[in-house]
Design a protein around this ligand. Structure first.
Ligand code: SAH
Length: 246
């Protein structure tokens, strides 16, 4: 897949990273027998829908336009702190941790079993930049040690866009970026997301539409920038963001 990585993301994994991807895949297949992790198990499909898709969304790829991560720090680029909200089987967080060794990635999921599984993978792959957290993002987002603490929040396949925004924005530092991965996206959805994001102290910075390199499926990434402090009432109590989306 070296050529496709190069053509699409202007990047190629080193041998060690290729081995880590391979081992990750094997762990997922094994874990799938006990935990319901993913329906995507064919090698090429796994590569495209899990590995490639995870990395396509992050703002460090392609290499040159490094996002100014934190204006307070003069936009300097140093060891960004990612949080992957509702990581499930480790997407997009584990591929990001493999591809960007100078970042730290906190994997957050409400299901303890999934986090225990990911801790095994982390240790086996020697991913020293990965941290884990079990809990609901509505609660974690109200905890002082996590609120306003991350440069980049990743949210894939967790819920409606405005729900993902309510989970992500409280956890970001001012100037931080939320990346919401989606399949379909329409202009109509933009207005309601805009309204939610405004209440949370953010703006929609950009929406990218792209096609995946093997099956040519349409995907979108929504990039939300946190421009001001998130009001204390967000995120609301567990379950409320999904029951009454902003
Ligand atoms: N991001 C992964 C998994 C998606 S499945 C992927 O793209 O493949 C959604 C996961 O989010 C589940 O594992 C579920 O436990 C978790 N989840 C859902 N709502 C959550 C919340 N409010 N806080 C933390 N985890 C949540």
């Amino acid at each position: 897949m070296a050529d496709i990585w190069q053509q699409t993301l202007n990047w190629q994994p080193l041998v060690q990273q290729q081995n880590q991807f391979q081992h990750f895949y094997e762990f997922i297949l094994e874990g799938n027998t006990q935990l319901n992790l993913t329906r995507i198990t064919e090698p090429l499909e796994f590569w495209e829908k899990h590995l490639w898709d995870s990395l396509r969304g992050i703002p460090l790829f392609p290499i040159p336009p490094l996002f100014p991560l934190s204006p307070q720090r003069g936009g300097e680029f140093s060891s960004p702190a990612f949080i992957d909200i509702g990581t499930g089987a480790g997407f997009p967080g584990i591929p990001v941790a493999i591809a960007v060794p100078n970042c730290t990635v906190t994997l957050l999921d409400a299901t303890r079993k999934k986090i225990t599984f990911l801790e095994k993978i982390r240790d086996a792959l020697d991913l020293t930049n990965v941290k884990t957290l079990t809990g609901r993002s509505e609660e974690i987002g109200q905890q002082l040690q996590h609120r306003q603490s991350y440069d980049i929040a990743l949210v894939r396949a967790v819920g409606a866009a405005s729900v993902c925004a309510e989970y992500a924005l409280p956890l970001l530092k001012q100037g931080g970026l939320a990346v919401i991965y989606r399949g379909h996206w329409t202009e109509d959805e933009k207005t309601s997301l805009e309204n939610a994001v405004n209440q949370l102290g953010g703006v929609i910075e950009s929406i990218e539409k792209f096609t995946t390199p093997l099956s040519h499926s349409i995907r979108h990434c929504l990039y939300l920038r946190k421009v001001t402090i998130t009001p204390a009432q967000f995120p609301r109590a567990v379950g409320i963001p999904t029951q009454k989306p902003l």
